[in-house]
Design a protein around this ligand. Structure first.
Ligand SMILES: [Zn+2]
Length: 506
């Protein structure tokens, strides 16, 4: 394992409020980032906003405001939401920033210098909704199938072209050599087909008269850089490219995206990088969609459940846990209030929360808050060893739902161990040696669970870590603590209320 890890999410389009779909992507990527830190890697975690394009300009105009003021306001709303959800991004990039424009200009300068950009005339359909050129075969009844209410326009304009076809062979070879390049693997076939069907040249600029809100084409202010090309470059802008130090971060280890934009990330983007003589990213990870009653969380699907409602139900950590446990990180899944309430009660309040308060209360009551320094391995330790190994395998492969599932197997095992050993009986009968052994094992298991759960619930786990009287924070302890929790001799105390049950569950 290398000592550094660079992970990104797609940048969000500045055209509305953050919803659960946006949040799911950030929460999952954050869980990966936190797990990697727990394993000792130095993590760069970049998220941000996609702020150019015609739709942004139109929305600003409808609101009677300037595009920059509009995107400033939206960026602030997204950042507030990500702070509340404890997203541990190390950077927040916005495509209207000067540093992004500088990287875009430099990347295009290099691609042009290498002879992969030419001037020509483009003639064809353009959908404003998609901000994309369309082919006849993409249309249904003469309209964009994604935006059937918007008229499609026919444009003919001088344009700049990128010779993508020259990278077809190199990309297909890349997919063959590194099947893990796109996950899940089924998506790789889709990308292969896209690349095989590529025209030799793709337009990469748009007339400024049609889309004034964008980055001017280097040396030709009558054009702006096509918004898709420009947006992808944010992953490189965040590294400081072309400053030489960019190589400390690049190539990215993982681009986390929704499956609808896989062709841009797994085909176009590596082609652009190859054209500039740069390495492609190491992996493009497609998460699935969160749906509710069959509809995706998105602005246009009209889902009325707001992110505010969902956070307020059981708090930010519970939301993080729920979506990562309920929705596989590599497939679609469903959001429902019922499932959220059931998991909250069974797994958080009655599972982990109950274990923590019971163990800490017994250490307080029977042992004056001092966790015994006893190291006899028990059946619970053996179960923990097995689960930690399986957790590591799952999480190294980014199977977050499996990591959560395994962690809660240890929660169940530990709650079972409490019943088996019945420390209250050992205390009553004065069997001090056995009592100490049982509570020492339970404290170790609780510390392990707390670290394994920390990428999922950074705030609640931190308060349990502190109640165990352990040093450092869950975000910065060494992985060795998971293998051998340093609980012996620690001074514990009663935890704050963890997962309160309330009226809304009925
Ligand atoms: Zn469209």
């Amino acid at each position: 394992m290398s000592d550094r890890f660079y992970i990104t999410t797609a940048i969000d389009y500045s055209n509305g409020e953050p919803h659960l779909g946006h949040a799911y992507e950030k929460i999952g990527a954050d869980c990966v980032a936190r797990y990697r830190r727990l394993r000792g890697q130095h993590v760069s975690f970049v998220i941000g906003m996609d702020e150019h394009g015609q739709k942004v300009a139109q929305s600003a105009e409808e609101q009677g405001t300037e595009p920059q003021a509009w995107v400033d306001d939206i960026a602030a709303r997204f950042q507030t939401a990500w702070r509340e959800l404890s997203i541990s991004n190390t950077d927040f990039i916005r495509t209207t920033e000067t540093r992004h424009r500088r990287t875009v200009e430099e990347l295009f300068r290099r691609i042009r210098q290498a002879g992969h950009i030419s001037e020509g005339v483009y003639e064809g359909y353009y959908c404003v909704g998609c901000e994309a050129f369309k082919l006849e075969k993409d249309l249904v009844d003469g309209l964009c199938p994604i935006h059937p209410t918007r008229p499609i326009s026919w444009v003919k304009e001088p344009n700049y072209f990128f010779a993508v076809g020259r990278f077809r062979r190199a990309l297909l070879d890349l997919y063959d050599a590194r099947p893990e390049f796109v996950q899940p693997t089924a998506k790789l076939n889709e990308v292969r087909n896209v690349v095989s069907d590529w025209a030799d040249d793709q337009t990469i600029s748009v007339s400024r008269s049609r889309v004034p809100w964008g980055i001017p084409w280097p040396d030709d202010p009558s054009h702006v850089v096509y918004v898709w090309f420009e947006a992808l470059i944010n992953y490189l802008s965040a590294t400081g490219y072309p400053d030489p130090a960019f190589a400390d971060m690049w190539p990215a280890d993982m681009h986390v995206i929704g499956p609808d934009i896989v062709r841009f990330h797994a085909a176009l983007w590596p082609a652009m990088l190859m054209a500039a003589g740069l390495e492609p990213p190491r992996q493009v990870w497609c998460h699935g969609w969160i749906t509710t009653q069959g509809a995706r969380f998105s602005k246009s699907a009209g889902v009325r459940i707001t992110l505010r409602d969902i956070i307020d139900r059981h708090g930010p950590d519970a939301l993080r846990y729920f979506v990562l446990r309920e929705v596989p990180w590599n497939a679609d899944g469903n959001f429902s209030w019922d499932r959220f309430d059931v998991r909250y009660t069974a797994e958080l309040a009655d599972g982990y929360g109950n274990l923590a308060s019971r163990v800490l209360a017994m250490v307080g009551r029977y042992l004056q808050g001092r966790i015994p320094d006893r190291a006899e391995p028990t059946t619970l330790d053996a179960a923990g060893d097995e689960i930690v190994a399986a957790y590591r395998t799952a999480m190294d492969r980014h199977l977050l739902h499996e990591g959560a599932d395994l962690t809660w197997k240890l929660v169940d095992r530990a709650n079972g161990f409490v019943e088996e050993r019945a420390p209250w009986t050992l205390a009553k009968e004065g069997r001090t040696g056995e009592l100490e052994e049982a509570l020492a094992a339970l404290a170790r298991a609780l510390a392990r669970i707390t670290l394994l759960a920390s990428p999922f619930m950074p705030t609640k786990t931190q308060s349990i870590w502190e109640a165990l009287g352990l040093p450092g924070t869950v975000a910065d302890v060494p992985w060795g603590y998971v293998e051998r929790p340093p609980t012996g001799g620690a001074a514990s105390r009663k935890p704050p209320p963890l997962f309160p049950k309330d009226e809304r569950e009925s």
